[in-house]
Every structure is written in structure tokens, then in C-alpha cells.
Design a protein around this ligand. Sequence first.
Ligand code: G1P
Length: 289
Amino acid sequence: MQVKRAVVPVAGLGTRFLPATKAIPKEMLTIVDRPTIQYIVEEVVASGIKDVILVTASGKAAIENHFDYSFELETFLAQKGKLDLLRIVRHISNLINVVSVRQKEPLGLGHAVMVTEQVIGSEPFAVVLGDDLVDSQIPCVHQMVEVFDEYQESVVAVQEIPESETHRYGIVEGDEVAPGIFKVTRLIEKPPAGTTSSNLAIIGRYVLRPEIYDCLHRTLPGVGGEIQLTDALDILRKERALYAYRFDGKRYDAGDKFGFLQATVNLALEHPELGGPFKEYLKELVAKL
Ligand code: G1P
């Protein structure tokens, strides 16, 4: 079974970034020189996936437009001879094939995945959350697809977190069966500190078998009254198997203002043109602190 499609939920209101997100989807906020969602899509494409299912809501058309042709803009750039810019703009629209599915009510991440059932059907697929940016040599989704290929079971990406932060994540308990790979024995969504012995937190990358849909249909509202993907995965691991994979790379929580700033600074330092001058600027700044 080959992973050919990725689900990217983008229906959230982005209240943590108000007022910036009053009229702009949070996924369109810029990190260095491109919107956050483009980093996500570039990771997916670099992992060999071209078909992306966006789970959207009203007010999110800018995301679809970003990955579509823009006749007016392209004609203008061509007429003005601005061929470098034309190439950049065309590259974005050629990156992926987009299918949009509406999530009509904000009923949680599990529900957002559930509304893609008709589109995905009976194939395995990736789920990639826009709030989690992963900077890595090998794209995180690609690393996970390799684990999926080996085990032929669903895989969630995890990282170790301090015990005081368990209430912010889905937590995975499991047995390490190979370096960095755990057979999951229990999942808990956002447990209070001290209620789990595990410090393995799910970050927003999943490769799922289609059986997850059946589990989602049987998942009752959980934390926050929402249909939680974590709870559906806890059903899946009981009925088949589920693996957690400690990925290689640095993850930024771009859904949080401080994490967004960290991502901006680090990705600016890695930028091929801006990196050098920006580093010099930071050095001057630090010397004055
Ligand atoms: C979601 C998931 C959670 C996961 C997190 C990763 O939570 O429900 O299990 O750990 O993403 O970012 P959210 O951050 O949407 O509340």
C-alpha cells in the first residue's frame, strides 16, 4: 500500500494570532518569505506526495488561491519581463493537486479527518498539521512513510517533552521495538501532568491506514467536547497496531506566537540569501543586549 495523498486540516479560526488573523487565514502568515502552509506543502511534495486534501472552512479561500494559477498576475509579470518572479509564482501553482473538503462545524481534529473519508477511500494517507513545522534533512513525512512501508501499520510522529507539558499534546505510551520506533500501548489526549509515565508527545504528522475512519465513526467527543484523532487512534491500536516514530529534525510550534518567532529566526538564518546578513545583524543586536 503506497501513501499517495496528504490531508492538511486548515479549518481552524486562528484565534491565538488575533488580530493578525481577523481577515487572513493563520496558514497564510509569513515565515521569512512564504506562508506557513507553503512549508507544509513543500515537505509533503519532498516526501513524494502530490495530491493534497485541504480541510477548509469559510474565509480560507486565500490558501486555495495560493496554490492555484493566477492568470492576471502571471500575465502582468510576463508582460513586464519579470521572469524570475514569474518562475517563482508558477512553481507554487505547480506544486500540488488540491482537493478541498469543507468541515462544516468545528468539531475537532478527528472530525476534520473524518470529512475526508469519501475522498481518501481505502488507501493509506498522511495527515499533516500546519501548526507544526519540522526542519529536517529528510522530510519528516518521508521518514514516516519509510516506517509505514516497513510495518504496514499506522504511524504517528513523536518527540520527547518535559512532564510539565503533557497537557498540551496527545501522549503515547509504548514499547521501543527498534531504535526510535515504539509499539503503542495507549494514547491519551492532553493528560494532566503526573497522570502518564510517558513523555512522548504526538506532533502533527501521521501516516494512517484507512481503518482509522471506522474508528473515528465510533469515537465519542473527548477533551474539549471535540472528536479527538488521538482517541480514534487508541481504538485503532487495540484493533490492529499503531507505531510511534521519534523523527529526526527540529519541530517548531508555529501555532504559538513564541514558536512562530523561533521558526522565523531559525529559518531566516538558514535562508540562502538572507541567512548571512541576518546572522551579522543578530550578532550586533546580541552585543548590545
Ligand atoms: C493536536 C492533537 C494533539 C497533538 C497536537 C500536535 O492538538 O490533538 O494530539 O499532540 O495537535 O500539535 P492541538 O494542538 O490542535 O490542540
